[in-house]
Design a protein around this ligand. Structure first.
Ligand SMILES: NC(=O)C1=CN([C@@H]2O[C@H](COP(=O)(O)OP(=O)(O)OC[C@H]3O[C@@H](n4cnc5c(N)ncnc54)[C@H](O)[C@@H]3O)[C@@H](O)[C@H]2O)[C@H](O)CC1
Ligand SMILES: [K+]
Length: 519
């Protein structure tokens, strides 16, 4: 058995569908763990957390929503334990026919004098609600009268703690099936459910925490082989990022990145991309911009090699004038797109025909959408695409909509384009061509501002150059770039509020957040 901390770090990264959870739990039961014992173990853990978060007698009256399945069973164990701790417990039980184990717990609760109601109204004066209506067994739309009862909850103000998932959310896609509980906190049981990591679930899940019930890692690996969906944890990011350097190294060993960005109209995008690249720690940074932007970049990044390129009448890069003896093969990575405008199409065509590890963002993606993603199939070096939802739909019109199931969408895009696809959003999803998906589980709406994507492009480009030089896997480094970028946003928000995180400020928090994470 792995030491607890290492096991805990491992399971924090695992993400499962309802079916995978069923299979894992089936293995545990087949090995002899009684279902009732697991339910007891889970229920007691939740009851302890409730008492810690909402201690008696500051909180006195608790309403418990009990569904027909084992989610309801968990909730009844919690109800019984809180009753014995002195809380006044009231039970809402809209469905009479319960699973056997759930029914036994309901009968015992009744024998203790805990009142059961078919209607939700008697619970409206509770201080707190525990949601045990539906868990991963949710398989169809919630209908009346439960849907209206859940709707009532939206008008009440007490905190709601959901067991496993907010009732009504699809376990895998995070879709609302008819009506869903808006939880203050979600106690996810055993392993992270995929639906909790979907953007559209965010308004329902509240604060999420994992209630570990000691699932043997052997059972996880037996069902998941290599986990197909992983959460990007701080541990994973810190272990993957090229943070330490050998005593003897040189600037080229730390990667040489070429940025191709900017236009007279969008000078800021070039600067923000360059500042993101600088923070990545890349050994050498070359920046190709229209000639008229060269003074700006030189002034802000004296250490960078700024290449002023001939420009079109509108101030876009007309051709890449790399220094004598340098060509696109000279770099460990190229990152291009921010601020280029569509006039730079010939530049992107040239880059696509070259075989250097490549990050495409912004206009680089819009140009690729016009040229067609099949242009990537001839490339043997890695390509990373960093679309937001709009760019994604232009690039992959036949993929599932990113607004529906982002995990399926990003997985299909990566598999068809043979690129690593980083789909930006509240929960950025990264997929590699073999179908492995990472989800970045933490971010902040503060990042939803012009320019923050440019910073990510530069940061990712710099990390890709280092990953190439140091043989770190491209998809893992892309996941880490998303983690680093969002953690900097979270730190900046903490110090400057949600409206204080402009893209330039964000670049100033990239190193502090790393320092805070690495300690
Ligand atoms: N697997 C286990 O033994 C344990 C699971 N844990 C907890 O139990 C749930 C999963 O339990 P399950 O009984 O499979 O399903 P649910 O409790 O989520 O309830 C679904 C239940 O309700 C019926 N149903 C589904 N959709 C609807 C609907 N729209 N309207 C009405 N009824 C519906 C369906 O037939 C099921 O019977 C898991 O989340 C954990 O909370 C324990 O933690 C450990 C043991
Ligand atoms: K629930």
């Amino acid at each position: 058995m792995l030491p607890d901390r290492s096991r805990r770090k491992q399971i924090e990264q695992v993400v499962v569908t309802a079916e995978q959870m069923r299979q894992i739990e089936a293995r545990i039961f087949a090995a002899g763990m009684p279902v009732a014992a697991l339910m007891e173990k889970v229920g007691i853990s939740i009851a302890r957390r409730v008492q810690t978060l909402y201690p008696y007698p500051q909180v006195r009256r608790v309403g418990v929503l009990v569904g027909p399945g084992h989610n309801g069973g968990d909730a009844l164990v919690v109800a019984r334990e809180l009753h014995f701790q002195g809380y006044e417990v009231l039970i809402y039980r809209p469905i009479a026919k319960l699973k056997e184990l759930t029914n036994q717990h309901a009968q015992y609760a009744e024998s203790l004098g805990i009142p059961h109601f078919e209607a939700i109204a008697p619970l409206q004066d509770c201080d707190l609600l525990i949601d045990g209506l539906f868990g991963f067994g949710m398989e169809r739309q919630i209908t009346e009268p439960i849907a209206s009862d859940i709707h009532q909850l939206d008008r009440w103000s007490m905190p709601i703690l959901s067991i496993d998932l907010p009732s009504g959310l699809h376990t895998d896609t995070g879709e609302v099936l008819g009506k869903a509980v808006k939880a203050t906190r979600t106690f996810c049981l055993g392993l992270w459910k995929q639906g909790l990591l979907q953007d559209r679930a965010l308004e329902y899940i509240g604060t999420v925490e994992l209630i570990d019930f000691d699932i043997p890692t052997a059972d996880i690996h037996a069902v998941l082989e290599a986990p197909k969906v992983k959460r990007v944890t701080s541990d994973l990011a810190i272990a993957t990022l090229p943070l330490t350097r050998p005593p003897v190294t040189h600037k080229y060993k730390q990667g040489h990145l070429l940025l191709i960005c900017g236009s007279r109209r969008y000078a800021g995008g070039a600067l923000l991309t360059a500042l993101g690249a600088r923070a990545s720690g890349v050994g050498m940074l070359s920046i190709a911009v229209p000639e008229s932007l060269k003074p700006l970049l030189n002034a802000q990044l004296p250490e960078a090699l700024v290449v002023g390129c001939p420009e079109t009448d509108n101030g876009a890069i007309a051709q890449l004038d790399l220094p004598e003896g340098t060509d696109l093969e000279s770099f460990q990575a190229i990152a291009c797109g921010p601020g280029l405008t569509l006039e730079a199409t010939p530049i992107i065509q040239g880059v696509l025909n070259n075989d250097c590890p490549l990050v495409l963002d912004a206009d680089g993606l819009n140009i690729l959408a016009i040229l067609g993603t099949q242009k990537l199939s001839r490339r043997s070096s890695p390509t990373v695409l960093t679309p937001h939802a709009g760019e994604f739909k232009r690039l992959f019109p036949d993929a599932p909509s990113p607004m529906q199931d982002r995990i399926s969408a990003v997985r299909e895009a990566a598999q068809t384009s043979k690129a690593v696809v980083l789909l930006k959003g509240a929960r950025t999803a990264i997929a590699n061509p073999s179908g492995q998906v990472w989800i970045n589980p933490e971010s902040t709406p503060a990042l939803a501002r012009g320019g923050s994507g440019d910073v990510l492009t530069g940061l990712l480009g710099g990390l890709l150059a280092q990953a190439t030089a140091q043989h770190i896997s491209v998809d893992a480094i892309a996941a880490c770039a998303a983690w680093w970028h969002s953690q900097a946003g979270i730190l900046a928000e903490r110090e400057r509020t949600q409206i204080g995180v402009d893209a330039f400020t964000l670049t100033q928090f990239l190193i502090p957040v790393l320092h805070q994470s690495v300690g």
